[in-house]
Write a protein that binds this ligand. Structure first.
Ligand code: HEC
Length: 124
């Protein structure tokens, strides 16, 4: 019994322990998104939709944000893979979307850290 408790605790703790640094680095990368996006419990829609708890959700799910038809009708779920790809080249994920971020996040480590940060703020 005790053995299983220890194993379970390790499984739960591991992602957080491993990603504390990544999350901090990701918060720095998020500055590139912050002109348009808010994140965190109090996040509101701005030029772009709130990114609070966006991971795992359907694209275009935030009430009150005027998404493009391209996003609304994309049928895409924000899996890790789709989010990472979107950060790099959003047009390749949903063609004709209205997010204006042509530079993308070129560095893979930056993308991974940014994803860790985005997920870390969601306590749902
Ligand atoms: C110049 C403003 C701007 C910047 C900078 C920007 N975005 Fe966006 N983003 C938008 C807009 C506008 C949309 C809505 C697109 C649409 O409806 O076609 C959007 C949509 C999104 C979505 C889809 C959200 C949903 O609810 O489906 C994600 C995820 C996203 N952005 C992530 C990011 C990340 C991560 C960054 C930083 C690397 C970033 N964005 C930078 C304006 C921006």
């Amino acid at each position: 019994m005790l053995k299983w408790v220890v194993v379970a605790a390790a499984l739960v703790a591991a992602p957080f322990a491993a990603s504390a640094q990544d999350v901090e680095a990701g918060a720095g990368v998020f500055k590139k998104c912050a002109a348009c996006h808010q994140i965190g419990a109090e996040a509101k829609n701005g030029l772009g939709p709130s990114l609070q708890c966006v991971a795992g959700k359907a694209a275009g799910h935030h009430e009150g944000f005027a998404y493009s038809d391209a996003v609304k009708n994309s049928g895409i779920t924000w899996t890790d893979e789709n989010l990472l790809h979107w950060m790099e080249k959003d047009d390749a994920v949903i063609k004709g979307n209205k997010m204006i971020f042509p530079a993308g996040i070129k560095n893979e480590e930056d993308r991974v850290n940014l994803l860790a940060y985005i997920k870390s703020t969601c306590k749902e």
